[in-house]
Design a protein around this ligand. Structure first.
Ligand code: SDX
Length: 431
């Protein structure tokens, strides 16, 4: 049986055979590359509901059964047995590192945690009440002004160093964004600490006192970062790929990813979930807010619920919900009212026909803020945490794209429904 799809234009009777492309897992794809040339049609798929933008070997999601694989490894196994830097190496290079490779990779990341000293002055241009994500967009983008020694993106070594610098510097930039917002001095990285331990140190230590990283917070953050590292062609990753497809500077491309992630429909949802829970306030208000979420005339949506791909439980949300129990118990606030409210809200929504019919389940953002808050991370830093973790996925996907032999600039088409051609009218004749 030919592996093609026949398209017949009923208006003209013309038909073409389009090749079917199969991946290792997931739905087959119709290669429409010749559709316009042979039949004169473009396709129309706003939001890319059924459009594959690329081939990738990094992450796979089966949204119908709630599966997430990083390079073939189930997220549940990596969450239980791995750690963020080992997962970063896996996503970047395709295999679990040997001890020697992991030691080397960890060493390289540690050597790039510092920022150029002049970058500190960038922060003083922001008011203290600037949202840390606004600062991240600006400061990460400005890194593109500093590293002229590694700007040949077609040189694999240059790509590697850019990826290492981005992964290494994001925690330092993030922590400085927080320190700026509270008017405290920036803290330099301490390379004796782990990746997440260093981030906590740079956020919460002060020059005048001893600071000891809480191992529970360090472990919880490392696990949350592992769960957030990559997620196929989501909005921010697709933004990084599209920006990178023009051969733009990788630091500037990651800045565009941070911009896309900030939206409340995407990574900004974790901050929006906590503000929503605080607004709902009490279990007795759940039904009122569920009704608002279902009311098409109301812009309110249940933040942290629903997903373009998952039409079953987001496996990351399940792991984080379990973590909430453990972290809150170990931190001593077993009956955190916001966590209790989140659990009851999930329970009520999953019994509601509106959510059941639309297969709306809690996503990665529904519970993560509960843990961030328990670790002392302020709400406006939640999406910054997401950006630090997702930088690994962004640079891995960018490296994969640039290395593609037939890589070309992304340039979508459109269906034009504006005014057809008309002649200019001089101003005195306009009414
Ligand atoms: C992330 O893509 C990724 O992989 C993203 C991510 C990653 O790791 O990179 O997983 C991270 O961004 C998770 C999503 C975080 N966003 C939120 O939690 C915001 C709330 N969720 C929604 O805005 C929405 O569910 C989206 C944006 C996540 C998905 O939007 P879609 O796929 O375009 O779905 P849709 O808007 O077409 O919704 C389908 C139906 C609609 O109702 P009908 O028109 O069919 O009657 O479901 C309804 C929607 O109104 N709906 C919701 C809802 N989400 C969808 N109704 C109420 N509350 C919600 N949260």
């Amino acid at each position: 049986m030919k592996d093609t799809l026949t398209i017949v234009d009923n208006a003209t009777g013309k038909s073409i055979e389009l090749p079917i492309r199969h991946g290792t897992l997931g739905p087959p794809a119709v290669d429409i590359g010749r559709l316009y040339h042979d039949l004169g049609y473009v396709t129309y798929d706003p939001g890319f509901i059924a459009t594959a933008s690329c081939r990738s070997a990094i992450t796979y999601i089966d949204g119908d059964i709630g599966v997430l694989l990083y390079r073939g490894y189930p997220i549940e196994q990596l969450a239980e047995k791995s750690n963020f830097l080992e997962v970063a190496h896996l996503l970047l290079y395709g295999d679990l590192a040997t001890q020697t490779q992991l030691d080397e990779f960890t060493g390289v990341i540690r050597r790039h945690t510092m920022l150029k000293e002049s970058l500190k002055s960038f922060y003083s241009g922001f008011y203290h009440d600037a949202h840390p994500m606004a600062i991240m967009v600006g400061v990460v983008g400005s890194l593109s002004a500093f590293y002229h020694d590694s700007t040949d993106i077609h040189n694999p070594q240059h790509r590697d160093i850019a990826a290492h610098r981005l992964i290494a510097k994001m925690p330092t930039i993030a922590a400085a964004s927080y320190k700026h917002s509270i008017g405290e001095p920036f803290i330099y990285p301490n390379n004796n600490l782990s990746y997440c331990g260093n981030l906590l140190h740079m956020m919460f230590s002060v020059p005048c006192e001893e600071y000891h990283v809480d191992p529970l917070a360090e472990k919880a953050l490392d696990l949350i970062f592992t769960l957030h590292a990559d997620h196929e062609q989501n909005a921010s990753t697709s933004t990084v790929r599209l920006a990178g497809s023009s051969s733009a500077n990788p630091f500037a491309c990651v800045s565009s990813g941070i911009t896309a992630l900030w939206g409340p429909a995407h990574g900004g949802a974790n901050e929006a979930v906590l503000r929503m829970l605080e607004e709902i306030g009490d279990v007795k208000n759940i039904s009122k807010y569920l009704a608002r979420a279902k009311d098409k005339k109301d812009t309110f949506r249940l933040m942290g619920f629903g997903h373009r791909v998952y039409k079953n439980h987001d496996p990351r949300a399940r792991i984080i919900r379990q973590m909430c129990h453990e972290v809150l118990q170990k931190l001593g606030n077993t009956n955190d009212p916001l966590f209790e409210l989140a659990l009851r809200l999930e329970e009520a929504a999953l019994k509601d026909d509106y959510f059941i019919a639309r297969k709306l389940y809690p996503n990665v953002d529904f519970y993560s803020g509960i843990i961030y808050k328990a670790l002392g991370i302020p709400t406006n830093m939640f999406t910054v945490m997401f950006a630090v973790a997702r930088t690994v996925g962004w640079v891995a996907q960018w490296m994969e794209m640039i290395a593609e032999p037939d890589q070309r600039i992304g340039r979508p088409r459109q269906v034009y429904d504006g005014i057809a051609t008309r002649d200019y009218v001089s101003i005195e004749k306009r009414t």
